[in-house]
Design a protein around this ligand. Structure first.
Ligand code: ATP
Ligand code: MG
Length: 574
């Protein structure tokens, strides 16, 4: 699945031990040895503020910030805000919050490509003066037509041989707003016959009247991505500009700009982007889900956004561990979402307190338990960590158990409650089912009548008799109501980007992705609302209290069920 593995969180070498090094770290370590840039390591994470960050960005964040941390370097947060029409401050704020939440800090190094617009303009003038850039009057369609194809060379623009003076004059007037949107561009003068289409006189600036979220109406020309990105890296003296594979063919252009300008030689290194099963990563598609109301927002717990994962209950630790486990490779692949869930379970198994919650309640009356008696039973909070202590569980004559934990006519392998059968109530007593009470009209089971053995307090019989089933339960009188949301995959297909003709990814949305259970009964220790807290409901999985939850209306999202598909697969493979 991956070329290199890196077991430590955040991709760091925190243990100081030997560990396989991925190809990016191998380049860095070799540079450090030869004293390149005096051993300085400086990376950046460059999001475009046109959407919320997703789990793919998390991989890039862990890589860039992780490398800086590991080699005693720095990582900048740079907003690549060169496309004013799609950008918004809401996105800037969410990106900041998400990077911080993942556990990384950029100190005061928060930069914006738009901060460099003036400098980029000066760089452009410099290229015009050395005869390396020209103003072109072809329309966007014509530029495309002249560009040629992968097999045919392009044709030179008829405006390519303008004099330096004319280019300077026209470019100044472009930036002064004398020309209409789309009427002229500034292009680099490279090679229309190049086998690499990116080198065929690429556009550097376009005329565009759009209000920018930071520079307002100061500019009516905006730089193209390739032009702005490399120059921004160089201005910040970034040593390693790590990006995804689709920019590989842009690297010659990246290098050309920096070389022709004679500025700091940042080095671009490409790695494979993260793809996950049952997940889409394109911000354009995620925006469609939000805009068309297919989800409740960017932070819907079904979304693969960092804010959605956080709301669903994924921890920053589990995401960092996931990123370290998948490592970095140079070939595109699709990672199983089960691996992410596995990382979450590993993390929460160690630190999530256990509680009891009944999702489909069935009332049980313990007939030989005194009517007005109440007692408290001690329960351990986490069997994996005795340091997490114990809590007291109220017990009384009426309790709720899970509807599916009782069968009137059980098959052979059903070991839970059935008429005449005895089971253990976790942390409490043995109970035995004496009678089933049904609704006379519908025949539905409404209540069980049981007896308990007070000798079995704590869950063991002094006479040594055994029971095969242990049930979770909550005391009816003290139970707290809660809404529980169970989630399934957002898409029905492993690769939702791969759709048959005439369909689109929206057709692959899983109609049963959310199941909401409005009348769950949970133990009273969960009563004080604390959105964002993580815990395990015994036998049901790991949960997180939703952002909209209040003490009067508790809402719990199931992050993942307990069954670990990934661990099972690994075990099978040996
Ligand atoms: P999208 O394709 O979702 O619109 P993008 O690449 O346009 O994403 P940017 O905001 O430009 O989004 O991305 C910021 C950084 O995150 C870039 O360096 C980009 O390469 C990286 N990145 C984006 N998606 C992934 C991914 N799936 N896996 C790893 N890195 C990613
Ligand atoms: Mg991008």
């Amino acid at each position: 699945m991956n070329e290199t593995r890196n077991k430590t969180p955040e991709g760091g070498n925190e243990t100081g031990g030997s560990r396989p090094v991925d190809f990016i770290r191998a380049i860095i370590e070799s540079d450090i040895k030869t004293g390149k840039h005096d051993g300085r390591v400086h990376t950046r994470f460059p999001p475009e503020p046109n959407g919320y960050l997703h789990i793919g960005h998390a991989k890039s964040i862990c890589l860039n910030f992780g490398i800086a941390r590991q080699y005693g370097g720095l990582c900048n947060l740079r907003f690549d805000d060169t496309n004013p029409s799609r950008e918004d401050v809401e996105y800037v704020d969410s990106i900041r919050e998400d990077v911080r939440w993942l556990g990384f800090s950029w100190d005061d190094r928060e930069y914006y490509a738009s901060d460099y617009f003036e400098q980029l303009y000066e760089f452009a003038i410099q290229l015009i003066k050395t005869g390396k850039a020209f103003v072109c009057d072809l329309t966007a369609d014509q530029v495309r037509e002249y560009r040629g194809t992968l097999t045919e060379p392009g044709r030179e623009s008829p405006y390519r041989d303008r004099t330096i003076e004319e280019n300077l004059d026209l470019f100044t007037r472009m930036s002064a707003g004398e020309f209409e949107d789309g009427s002229r561009t500034l292009r680099a003068k490279i090679d229309m016959a190049s086998g690499n289409i990116n080198m065929r006189d690429p556009v550097m600036y376009r005329v565009l009247r759009a209000t920018h979220h930071r520079t307002g109406d100061r500019w009516c020309i905006y730089p193209m991505y390739d032009w702005a990105h490399g120059c921004s890296d160089s201005i910040e003296k970034i040593t390693y500009s790590i990006c995804t594979l689709e920019f590989e063919a842009h690297r010659p252009l990246y290098d050309w700009y920096l070389r022709e300008l004679g500025i700091f030689p940042s080095r671009q290194i490409e790695f494979a982007r993260l793809n996950l099963t049952y997940t889409i990563m394109s911000k354009r598609k995620l925006l469609q889900l939000v805009e068309q109301g297919k989800v409740s927002g960017w932070d819907d717990p079904l979304m693969p956004t960092i804010s959605g994962l956080r709301r669903r209950g994924y921890t920053a630790e589990s995401i960092r561990n996931f990123a370290a486990t998948i490592g970095v490779a140079k070939k595109d692949n699709r990672v199983s979402i089960d691996l992410l869930d596995h990382c979450l379970r590993e993390d929460l198994n160690k630190r999530a307190p256990r509680f009891m919650g009944v999702l489909h309640p069935l009332k049980v009356v313990i007939e030989n338990y005194p009517e007005n008696q109440e007692e408290e039973l001690e329960a351990i909070n986490n069997p994996e960590d005795s340091g997490m202590g114990t809590r007291m569980l109220p017990f009384s004559r009426e309790i709720f158990i899970e509807r599916e934990d009782f069968m009137e006519d059980p098959p052979r392998k059903f070991f839970r409650l059935a008429p005449g059968r005895e089971v253990r109530l976790k942390h409490a007593y043995f109970i035995k089912c004496e009678r089933v009470v049904k609704d006379e009209e519908t025949g539905e089971i409404v209540e069980l009548r049981c007896s308990y053995d007070h000798e079995t307090k704590g869950g063991d019989a002094p006479d040594g008799r055994k029971v095969r089933g242990t049930l979770h339960w909550v005391s009816a009188r003290q139970a707290v109501d809660a809404t529980v949301r169970l989630y399934d995959r957002l898409f029905t297909k492993e690769n939702p980007d791969d759709v048959e003709e005439g369909k689109m990814f929206l057709d692959l949305i899983n109609p049963d992705a959310i199941e909401e259970l409005a009348h769950c009964k949970v133990e009273p220790s969960l009563k004080a609302s604390d959105p964002g807290r993580h815990f395990q409901f015994l036998r049901h999985g790991y949960f997180c209290e939703d952002a909209d939850s209040t003490a009067d209306a508790l809402i719990f999202n199931r992050t993942v069920p307990l069954r670990d598909t990934w661990a099972k697969i690994k075990k099978k493979q040996g």
